[in-house]
Design a protein around this ligand. Structure first.
Ligand SMILES: [Cu+2]
Length: 186
């Protein structure tokens, strides 16, 4: 076959390759937007007391004030077991906005004199002070919720990386085919 006869088949090949590359890009798109990472359940057992030694601890009879720094990742479902070591009523509370008062939306446990379970979702990222709402300004500690792009599906930014690579690769291949088919036609 002469150059004239090759032109339509070259064009057909270019169309076929382009179509399959588009298919690959679409598949990539679906793969990237596949099931989001689930938030973890994080269990914390915290022991608190006001009668000296005052404070909080992660183990029995180890209280300090400030207590241990507690950290989770944003989006985690935090399950707290809270034990009053001195039989005194306590309320665990995280002061998200640092105003020293319990506000709506701030994690606040029920009052406990024995052991209680209290759970909440750590939606707000940042460093905060946790308190016993009853014995503030004692019984405090630092609470850290690490900002995390991987644990909050609804806030996770779209990952354009793989898509961009696929698009650049597709463009390069299409360009190569176009150059190649033009050369053949001459
Ligand atoms: Cu207390």
């Amino acid at each position: 076959m002469g150059p004239r006869g090759d032109a339509p088949s070259a064009r057909f090949r270019a169309v076929a390759v382009t179509a399959s590359l588009i298919a690959v890009v679409l598949l990539e798109l679906f793969a990237v937007s596949a099931p989001p990472v689930k938030a973890l359940n994080v269990a914390i057992h915290l022991y608190g007391r006001f009668n000296p030694p005052t404070g909080w601890s992660l183990n029995p009879a180890g209280a300090s004030d400030p207590g241990p720094t507690l950290s989770v990742n944003q989006g985690d479902h935090v399950i707290m077991n809270l034990t009053s070591e001195d039989g005194t009523p306590h309320i665990f509370w995280i002061d998200y906005n640092g105003n020293g008062a319990i506000d709506t939306g701030e994690p606040e446990s029920p009052q406990f004199t024995g052991t209680t379970m209290f759970s909440f979702d750590a939606l707000q990222a940042g460093n905060f002070t946790y308190w016993c709402a009853i014995h503030k300004p004692t019984m405090r500690g630092t609470w850290v919720t690490n900002a995390s792009g991987t644990t909050l599906p609804q806030e996770r930014p779209f990952d354009y990386g793989p898509l961009l690579i696929a698009a650049i690769a597709s463009a390069a291949v299409i360009l190569a085919i176009v150059i190649w088919s033009r050369r053949r036609r001459r």
